[in-house]
Design a protein around this ligand. Sequence first.
Ligand code: NDP
Length: 332
Amino acid sequence: GREWHLVSRPEGFPAPENFALREGPVAAPGEGEILVRNLHLSVDPYMRGRMNDVKSYVPPFQLDEPMTGGAVGIVVASEAEGFAPGDHVLHDLGWREFATLKARYATKVSPELAPLSSYLGVLGMPGLTAYAGLLEVASFRKGDAVFVSGAAGAVGSEVGQIARLKGASRVIGSAGSDEKVRLLMEEYGFDAAFNYKSGSVAGQLKEAAPNGIDVYFDNVGGDHLEAAISALNVHGRVAVCGMIAQYNATEPPPAPRNLALVIGKRLRLQGLLVMDHADLMPKFFEEVSAWIRSGELKYRETVVEGVEYAADAFLGLLKGENTGKMIVTLGD
Ligand code: NDP
């Protein structure tokens, strides 16, 4: 089967030459293992961090080895109890066509309950990030005014809609194109939205939130975080989820320059890692899938077809070519 290797470490923005699609072995499953044919692969911003050779909460990708990441596939051979050919599973050996893994590292998923790709997005890791980050880390309360950056992406679009459904007084989003801004307003029910490329973030946020904000869900960092710190009301809370504006930076970011405001406003900024919130998964899944069924929560996916385009999909994600979750589909 074909598999993607990292062949050199990117400096700054990654390039296609950093990646290579190579033929790899397809191992027959041993005791307790399953062989999976992948159907959908996930490409995610955190993978950029794994391309650097630095110590982090996930170990770096090794050069000339297959990269890993979320995937949904179909079991084609099983030596594990409780798993049979034809079962669908979610697992972490993405970036390849075939994966052999211990069944205990796979989670069965049902295509009857939800489209398979949604287990990588709206009902999967990014969705749980949105749910846990807003409700637990940012301690969202009914009546809060919420600002989320990266608002047309997988995590951000769900943050904004959960906030609306949970009774936010105002939901504000920022995104990188006028088309995305329109989507936030017209389809996701945001109260205000702006294109961060068409003016200063601070100025546009001030206009969108005349009474300030109580919660900022940060996917971007930099001048977005600085603008949010200025706009936050006393006792405001920030869920620090991601800082994509600096993932490809070669210099430390200049913003935020106004951190001292945290003191007088008694702000709370708290980092979040989705894996700390696995206990919320059942509640999250139940609540969000009900909203999807009722049509109260909407989602988009940007689907790239063919394993040979996985690296392009990843590069596209970093450039904002996606609306909602970026998925690489290998076909059924
Ligand atoms: P998205 O679907 O939001 O895709 C990434 C988006 O980032 C792009 O579509 C683009 O949208 C935007 N972007 C790219 N560069 C910039 C920039 N310089 N400034 C502002 N926006 C930019 O990805 P996810 O929903 O998967 O992830 C969103 C964030 O959440 C990321 O920061 C990610 O690292 C983080 N995350 C953190 C987790 C955790 O456990 N802490 C778990 C999952 C995700 P646009 O067109 O609007 O620029």
